[in-house]
Write a protein that binds this ligand. Structure first.
Ligand SMILES: Nc1nc2c(ncn2[C@@H]2O[C@H](COP(=O)(O)OP(=O)(O)OP(=O)(O)O)[C@@H](O)[C@H]2O)c(=O)[nH]1
Ligand SMILES: [Mg+2]
Length: 714
């Protein structure tokens, strides 16, 4: 395989709503570029970027995958991303290693919820966007209003810089090809062909006038940004083709123009033209702005102390002449072949068998079997140049997010922040053997999927697994079984309620026991008072004059802490209160630590009787996103969930609702939201604070809960 220089590389993420045809589109591009002998299909598991068994079973992409097409001297690296709203964080992560995003729009449905979202992500990341209206072969392409309404809608949402650079040749008898509005040539295709046998022909008479008008509009728009082009345009009435191409390339690179193209992935039509387009118009990695990275060495160059802690940012040029550096954007784990690490070469040249330093984790790694990935297949290469995407197997410690590179030239590249997991389940191994396999297997899965959280809830002692939503967690369970033979069952997790007090009280605790020889004696008086939410627990002693010897005071605290952890009303830990021991008595012979611990427990329980105890529940901060038409019903539903809406905002045609809702009401929200919005809504949530449970709700919880029994020792 040829060694590609940075200028000969294009890195493109293919993004869009679920089922817009991204995986099929990449399979078609690869076939059009002769990378595969036949065109891979999602339906039969032969699409290059859909190799994961869960993804094949579900017919949907869940994790980013990488493939490449060698096309007329350039290598186009393609990153396939999930379109399902729940995995948008993964699609966003694909923006780090690329210099352009192809945003697929389903020709039938137009812009959908995730299309809007990935657009926003790309905008935030300053990644140039190319819009491809896909599935043009479909009888319903153009939707109700036809293609011109679809284009108007794009302009409406994303501005007039969203401009067609092709005109589709399509009518009642289907989709036949495209007119290139830059060169004014027509390309015709046969449905189901190999995407290559293009015939360049005349622009159909019916389209000629429209094509001319759109060509002129395009030329004007391109010239707008550039004075010398504008002058040329006014003088000659047009711009020579090579100037136009160069100016359009620049405008795309600078996010000034978002070109719109048309294709059919499934029927493989207009894809050679797309490969050409990517080659000519998408920026190469060395052309884009330098990478913003953090550098510890920049500290020495005069940063102040505060900045030093955070590591100031510097710019690293994407060039072979800079020190070698790479950032890991994906990890794939396989029980057989082990770990495969996907990275982007930020700068320098990475050679096979080189040893590099892991700047993030410290330690060194040897890069053996340096490769480029074609789906799950590794193609070995001797070296990779600045800007390229590659992979390497069997690194010892390196994980996603790590930056590696030449010794002494440390930098750190930051990944996009991940959302908090939205759904948590209790996970129970089916057998003892499953239990042994569970933790190591989940930790393997966590290496490739950064959103999974796995932990034991100290309050309930359950193993909990958290993820993006129900389908995500179900896929994890299925992977555990198929890949690691660990079987588990899922249960809704218990809500981690807590208890607290609402009144300031005083109470005695006296422990006295006489059993033959030595007796036990401890006696204390305590005061308990409420503290603000989130304050936890505080303890103080106001014992003066030796009523209780100082060395027994910590035992009293211990007794209170132990009792508080066991709960009073329903077995949930008691929090947000202060306990003060202010008096007591002791016995010269019979008093010991154990006795005072017991006295502390008794005093605590006595105090709780009159301290107006109540339940606290976790309140989640929830952000819900859905097309505008669902806003009303979503608000109504939030009300019925005891939610408090803090704000509502319209972004394009999407409404974003911010609310605070008790966790107990949100346990199965993912499923509910999907059915309420026909799958078009999504949400994120995170723990915000604890609040008192309203009495009516608390009564129900208490009726179902067991009151903890404290072994009474007197
Ligand atoms: N008619 C038609 N159908 C298509 C086209 N591209 C994809 N499809 C069909 O649409 C469905 C989804 O295709 P995928 O390629 O899996 O779509 P995707 O965007 O990768 O979907 P996610 O990974 O779930 O986001 C499949 O049934 C395809 O056969 C196309 O160009 N024309
Ligand atoms: Mg897909």
């Amino acid at each position: 395989m040829k060694t590609y220089q940075g200028s000969e590389i294009r890195n493109v993420a293919v993004m869009g709503h679920a089922h817009s045809g991204k995986t099929t589109f990449i399979a078609a591009l690869l076939h059009a570029a002769k990378m595969t002998p036949t065109q891979g299909r999602v339906a039969d598991g032969t699409a290059v970027t859909a190799y994961d068994e869960e993804e094949i079973a579900r017919g949907a992409t869940m994790q980013n995958a990488v493939a490449f097409a060698e096309w007329q001297g350039v290598k186009i690296n393609l990153v396939d991303t999930p379109g399902f709203h729940m995995f948008s964080h993964e699609a966003r992560a694909a923006l780090l290693p690329v210099e352009a995003a192809v945003v697929l729009v389903n020709a039938q449905n137009g812009v959908e919820a995730v299309t809007e979202r990935v657009w926003r992500y790309a905008e935030e990341a300053n990644v140039p966007r190319v819009v491809v209206v896909n599935q043009m072969d479909h009888p319903k392409a153009g939707g109700g209003g036809g293609l011109s309404a679809l284009i108007d809608d794009l302009v409406d949402r994303w501005g007039r810089n969203c401009v067609p650079v092709q005109l589709p040749i399509s009518g009642a008898d289907g989709f036949h090809g495209v007119v290139d509005l830059v060169t004014m040539e027509a390309f015709y295709y046969t449905p189901g062909g190999d995407g290559r046998g293009k015939v360049t022909g005349e622009i159909p008479a019916g389209l000629a006038a429209d094509a001319k008008a759109r060509h002129e509009a395009l030329v004007e728009l391109v010239a707008e940004g550039k004075d010398e082009l504008m002058e040329e345009y006014f003088e000659k009435g047009t711009i020579p083709e090579d100037h136009l191409i160069a100016a359009l390339h620049e405008a795309i690179r600078e996010d000034r123009i978002f070109p719109v193209l048309f294709s059919s992935g499934l029927a493989n039509m207009a894809l050679d033209h797309l490969l050409d387009f990517i080659k000519v118009y998408c920026p190469s990695p060395v052309e884009r702005a330098p990478f913003t990275v953090r550098s510890p060495t920049a500290v020495a160059a005069g940063a102040d102390d505060d900045e030093a802690a955070d590591m100031p940012t510097v710019l690293r040029k994407v060039a072979d002449s800079e020190p070698a550096a790479m950032v890991v954007f994906k990890t794939m784990t396989d029980p057989f072949s082990g770990r495969i690490t996907f990275f982007k070469v930020i700068s320098g040249v990475i050679k096979n068998d080189a040893t590099v330093e892991n700047y993030t984790r410290r330690g060194q790694e040897r890069l053996s079997h340096l490769s480029v990935m074609q789906g799950r297949k590794a193609v070995e290469v001797p070296e990779l140049h600045a800007g390229d995407l590659g992979a390497v197997a069997k690194l010892r410690e390196t994980l996603t997010g790590d930056t590696l590179g030449a010794k002494g030239a440390e930098i750190q590249v930051d990944l996009y922040p991940l959302p908090e997991p939205a759904m948590t389940y209790a996970i129970e191994p089916k057998s003892r053997a499953d239990e042994d396999k569970l933790a190591p297997a989940i930790h393997k899965l966590m290496e490739e999927d950064l959103l999974i959280r796995f932990f034991r809830d100290p309050a309930t002692n359950e193993f909990l697994i958290a993820g993006a939503g129900q389908p995500h967690i179900e896929a994890i369970v299925s992977r555990l079984k198929k890949r690691y033979h660990a079987e588990v069952t899922l249960k809704a997790p218990k809500v981690p309620y807590r208890e607290t007090i609402r009144a300031k009280v005083e109470a005695p605790g006296r422990h006295k026991k006489q059993t033959g020889g030595h007796g036990q004696f401890g006696d204390c008086k305590i005061r308990m008072e409420p503290m603000p939410r989130g304050a936890g627990f505080e303890f103080a002693s106001e014992v003066f004059g030796g009523a209780i010897p100082r060395n027994f005071i910590p035992a009293i605290e211990k007794g209170i802490v132990e009792s508080a952890a066991r709960g009073y009303l329903a077995g949930f830990p008691v929090v947000d209160f202060k306990a003060v021991v202010y008096d007591g008595s002791y016995h010269d012979v019979d008093s010991n630590e154990m006795s005072f611990k017991m006295a502390g427990r008794l005093a605590f329980r006595k105090a709780m009787e009159s301290a107006k105890p109540c339940l606290l529940e976790p309140i989640m901060k929830v952000e819900i996103e859905a097309p505008d038409e669902f806003a009303g019903s979503l608000m109504g539903d939030l009300n019925s969930r005891r939610g408090r809406v803090a704000g509502m905002e319209s972004k394009g045609r999407t409404t974003v609702i911010n609310a605070q809702v008790p966790m107990a009401e949100m346990l199965t929200y993912g499923t509910i939201l999907t059915s309420m919005t026909q799958g078009k809504g999504s949400y994120r949530m995170e723990m915000d604070h604890y609040d008192i449970v309203p009495q009516l709700v608390a009564d129900k919880i208490l009726a179902n809960a067991k009151r903890p029994v404290e072994e009474e020792e007197e």
